[in-house]
Write a new protein. Structure first.
Length: 658
């Protein structure tokens, strides 16, 4: 219990630090009226989305509880209420912390742009402070939920918490992605004469960015981490045949896994003084991430020295290899999606031949990137498994997810910086103009961190889940059996239909929202002029949020019905084969969708900033069309599939445990 008490104390202390920091930020002096108008409108937009989302969560909880109760009585004559409570609390707890983070995010912009921060270094430090406080608040809830789950839950209710996390992340990641993709399409309403920070399109874009790039990304990546740790503990409980997770606390492997979370959290806190002492801020965001990763790595190696872990030298080698691999993914994705390197430069040069050439070249970039990524993942995991065994591989995967969580942490800096850059572009104060290119340059190196790391996290977690399931089943699946091949084909088809429904729903969202924007532009006088009038943001965002949430409802229902049909009409081997088919499909697609979308966006941003002819050329119009298409892949297909892949892994593990 000493370890659990320490974890709970650390989580509470972290949340207190985060909340005090956020409270201090929102009390900063107010800035220009333009900034405050923007912040208030974005805040209203996000609150409208959260209100709609919580209504859906409440309805979802009621419906699923009733269905689960009826099915349990029909099958067993009794209901495991702990599963129900764990599922419900997971949705409300993680949904609640995301509500707080998104609520504070617009206020952070106001605090950073207060009159006392009209200096580039002060502004960058405020970005780091705001992003760190928000990340620590989420990590505090993450660690407290993990500790309480270990104390009070059994293996099935632990899986219920994982499913609740997936449901929450699916809505925020998928609906946020649809919200963001549809909002980006509305840039066609913007012209040189109506550029305004409070234009309806600008508000939708900023709201969608915060929802998808902060709220959805946090839940997606930290959800992967939580599920991986839970699956590891469930595997040990089942393998060792003990009654509770608390019994496992004395095992060195479990202590090491819990230390990964604790050391990562402490390293984030220690990185704050480093950012303040560092004078050169040119690459400060990446440097903060490197410091967190390095401190965690050193602490883990030191801690491993005092634990009785088998084949410790091979284990440390695997940890080092995972660290190098994760950093390799950083540089690899930056290389493929940065305008400073040949792949994007080649795509930009092809833009002169039309939008189709941009798409084709980006497809090639995505396919090559996906091939290298797949080979690297397979080789790394195969080597680690050969050196450390299954338990060692799972532990090192959990460590790899901690590195991805740090990438999510520094992605917040990029999102904040991009929003600040957008606001500063409309600022009339001549003192802030030199800050814009410097701030944009600092944050640009983090653009690729997001969907690519979400894909890596989803794949790593799913590999761990399926490894646990196959190991615990103790039975070999006959790949050559016709029914299993048929079931695997059904899994492939089901996920492709899911992708198609997601695209269709997003398109309907943008079409309906476009009509509302046009109506407001026609009916509200001077709405397109700076500081003259504001849109009816409550009506606009309420419609946009409800449409974005509807966009993912049908794909979500399709997956639920598909899984139920698998359960009803397939044998156990057939169900696992179908889930494996879903896993393989997403494994093949996910990184490709991400690199493809990020490549097109990189070319668009480069031309918009004046490179390759700039945004006043006819070529830019073709790039803009490609940019709009790419958002379906970047914000809808890339993030949603990996969530379904994790769900497939949880179901496979649950079937094995039964």
């Amino acid at each position: 219990m000493t370890m659990i008490n320490f974890m709970l104390a650390l989580s509470i202390g972290t949340m207190v630090i985060a909340l005090l920091g956020l409270k201090r930020m929102i009390k900063a002096p107010l800035g220009e009226s333009m900034v405050e108008s923007f912040v208030n409108l974005v805040g209203q937009s996000i609150r409208g989305f959260n209100r709609r989302l919580f209504q859906i969560f409440l309805q979802f909880i009621v419906v699923t509880n009733v269905i689960y109760t009826l099915l349990s009585w029909w099958a067993n004559g009794a209901v495991d209420w702990m599963n129900v409570i764990a599922f419900d609390i997971a949705i409300m707890a993680f949904g609640g912390v995301i509500f707080v983070i998104t609520l504070f995010f617009p206020n952070s912009i106001s605090a950073i742009l207060s009159p006392k921060n009209l200096d580039l270094n002060l502004m960058i430090q405020s970005v780091i402070n705001a992003g760190t406080y928000q990340s620590l608040s989420f990590m505090g809830v993450f660690l407290s939920c993990l500790s309480l789950s270990i104390c009070f839950l059994d293996k099935f209710s632990f899986l219920s918490v994982g499913v609740g996390l997936l449901v929450t992340s699916f809505y925020l990641r998928s609906a946020g992605g649809a919200y963001k993709a549809a909002a980006e399409h509305h840039q066609s309403f913007l012209t040189a004469s109506n550029q305004s920070i409070t234009h309806p399109t600008q508000i939708l874009k900023s709201s969608g960015t915060i929802i998808a790039s902060v709220a959805g990304l946090y839940l997606d990546i930290f959800g992967s981490w939580f599920i991986a740790i839970g699956a590891f503990l469930i595997f040990l409980v089942h393998k060792i045949e003990v009654n509770s997770f608390l019994t496992l606390i004395h095992f060195s492997e479990v202590q090491w896994v819990l230390a990964v979370v604790g050391f990562t959290m402490v390293s984030m806190i220690l990185a704050l003084p480093f950012s303040q002492l560092r004078k050169n801020k040119q690459n400060i965001f990446l440097e903060v991430g490197y410091i967190v990763i390095l401190l965690t790595f050193i602490a883990l190696l030191t801690f491993t020295h005092y634990l009785e872990i088998e084949a410790v030298h091979h284990f440390n080698l695997g940890v080092a290899l995972m660290l190098v691999s994760m950093l390799g993914f950083v540089f690899f994705t930056i290389y493929l999606t940065s305008v400073n390197h040949k792949p994007i430069q080649y795509i930009a040069r092809q833009a002169q031949f039309g939008s189709a050439n941009v798409l084709i070249s980006s497809f090639f970039n995505g396919l090559v990137g996906n091939a290298v990524f797949t080979i690297l993942v397979i080789l790394v995991l195969a080597f680690i498994y050969a050196q450390t065994g299954l338990i060692g591989m799972m532990m090192i995967i959990i460590y790899g997810l901690s590195i991805i969580s740090v990438a999510c942490f520094i992605k917040t800096f990029s999102t904040l910086s991009n929003e600040l850059t957008q606001v500063l572009n409309f600022n009339r104060d001549s003192r802030v103009k030199p800050m814009i290119p410097a701030l944009a340059k600092i944050s640009y190196s983090l653009e690729a961190i997001g969907n690519a790391f979400s894909s890596v996290a989803g794949i790593a977690t799913s590999v761990l889940l399926f490894s646990c399931a196959f190991s615990l089943s103790g039975a070999s699946i006959s790949v050559g059996a016709i029914q299993n091949l048929f079931a695997a084909g059904l899994g492939v088809v089901s996920i492709n239909v899911f992708y198609a429904l997601s695209i269709s729903g997003t398109y309907q969202t943008l079409m309906i929202s476009s009509k509302e924007i046009q109506r407001q532009l026609d009916e509200i006088p001077l709405i397109s002029e700076q500081d003259k009038a504001h849109p009816n943001i409550q009506r606009l965002c309420d419609k946009h949020a409800s449409n974005a949430l509807k966009a993912i409802s049908l794909p979500g229902i399709w997956i639920v019905i598909t899984l139920l049909l698998f359960k009803l009409y397939l044998a156990t081997q057939g169900i696992i084969a179908a889930l494996a088919g879903m896993f393989c499909t997403v494994f093949i697609y996910s990184f490709f969708w991400s690199i493809f979308g990020d490549s097109v966006v990189a070319v668009f941003n480069a031309m918009r900033e004046g490179q390759y002819g700039g945004k006043d050329t006819s070529v830019f119009k073709d790039v803009f069309q490609s940019y709009l298409y790419a958002h379906y892949f970047q914000w809808v297909l890339a993030p949603t599939g990996v969530i379904i892949m994790k769900l497939a892994g949880i179901i496979a593990l649950a079937i094995t445990l039964n």
